[in-house]
Design a protein around this ligand. Structure first.
Ligand code: C2E
Ligand code: CA
Ligand code: CA
Ligand code: CA
Length: 276
């Protein structure tokens, strides 16, 4: 009966997510992934507009599954959030990424680090663990950006308190996928937000017309009025980069600049940018 339940549950979730049930990683595998050294961190450069200078990186986790090959995060992060394994995965990603960015900074590259944090991780003690990790790696509070989505519940006092503690020390809080949720504006007053990441669906609409630019332009105006920074996500073409620059957007991320890549490939880009 248990197995039948699990199979039905997986099939239902696969239907909801549009994934193949046979490809769904099992929770049991996932809880071993950290311990067995199957996770990798890739880094996607964040660049300034219009020149494309790399000023930061976003850490994005990958799972090298022994049978399934590389499993993308959207196929296992939701499962990890359900099982709670996201706490261990998130802590591991933060630790790896802090050490890597500290090494790049020691080599003379002035970079910040952005990490994704799930609502499940925003529990008592998180901020203290983040501070300890930064200090162990030799990074300053302001070198770190914590990215959260609107899946954080603004009426969850523990989550809001942890974000406040981070923000008070100077860790910046970014609202990821901004504009795609239901109560976007409420988040801006309820959470201590420093940065808005313009969701890539709005960047994809940029086509040189005022209608195409409407949402991106509105988010940029809003962030200027609220003294927030902005990062445009999913910039794939020179035309989009130029249009965003024209709208006053300073930071951008996307395949036009660089894909997420292993650390050594980022090192290559950085040494071209800042020759020793
Ligand atoms: P996200 O935080 O919105 O990350 C950006 C995603 O957009 C990445 O997908 C990246 O590869 C993709 N992307 C970047 N530039 C472009 C572009 O120009 N065009 C298009 N079409 N896509 C672009 P990825 O790496 O598959 O990650 C998917 C999501 O998984 C992330 O979305 C984030 O929500 C989650 N995730 C990844 N790593 C972690 C992690 O360590 N912890 C948590 N909690 N979530 C993570
Ligand atoms: Ca993100
Ligand atoms: Ca995003
Ligand atoms: Ca997303």
């Amino acid at each position: 009966l248990r197995l039948a339940d699990e199979a039905m549950y997986r099939a239902k979730r696969a239907e909801r997510d549009g994934t193949d049930p046979d490809m769904e990683p099992l929770a049991a595998d996932l809880s071993d992934a950290v311990r067995n050294g199957q996770l990798r961190v890739h880094y996607q450069p964040i660049a300034t507009l219009p020149d494309g200078r790399i000023v930061g990186v976003e850490a994005l986790v990958r799972w090298e599954h022994p049978q399934r090959g590389t499993v993308p995060p959207l196929s296992f992060i939701p499962l990890a959030e359900e099982t709670g394994a996201i706490r261990e995965i998130g802590a591991w990603v933060l630790s790896q990424a802090c050490r890597q960015v500290a090494a790049w900074r020691a080599d003379g590259h002035d970079l910040h680090l952005a990490v994704n944090v799930s609502p499940r991780q925003l529990e008592p003690g998180l901020a203290e663990r983040v501070f300890a990790e930064l200090s162990a790696a030799g990074l300053a509070y302001r070198d770190l950006i914590v990215e959260v989505t609107e899946s954080v519940r603004v009426e969850d006092p523990v989550a809001v308190d942890q974000l406040r503690r981070l923000h008070e020390r100077g860790v910046r809080i970014a609202l990821d996928d901004f504009g795609t949720g239901y109560s976007t504006l409420r988040y801006l007053t309820a959470l201590p937000v420093d940065i808005l990441k313009i969701d890539r669906s709005f960047v994809a609409k940029l086509d040189g017309t005022p209608e195409g630019a409407a949402v991106a332009e509105t988010v940029l105006r809003l962030s200027q009025m609220m003294h927030l920074e902005t990062v445009a996500e999913g910039v794939e073409s020179p035309g989009q980069a130029a249009e965003l620059a024209g709208l006053g957007c300073v930071n951008a991320q996307g395949f036009h600049f660089a894909r997420p890549m292993p650390a050594d490939e980022v090192s290559g880009l950085l040494s071209e940018q800042d020759p020793a």
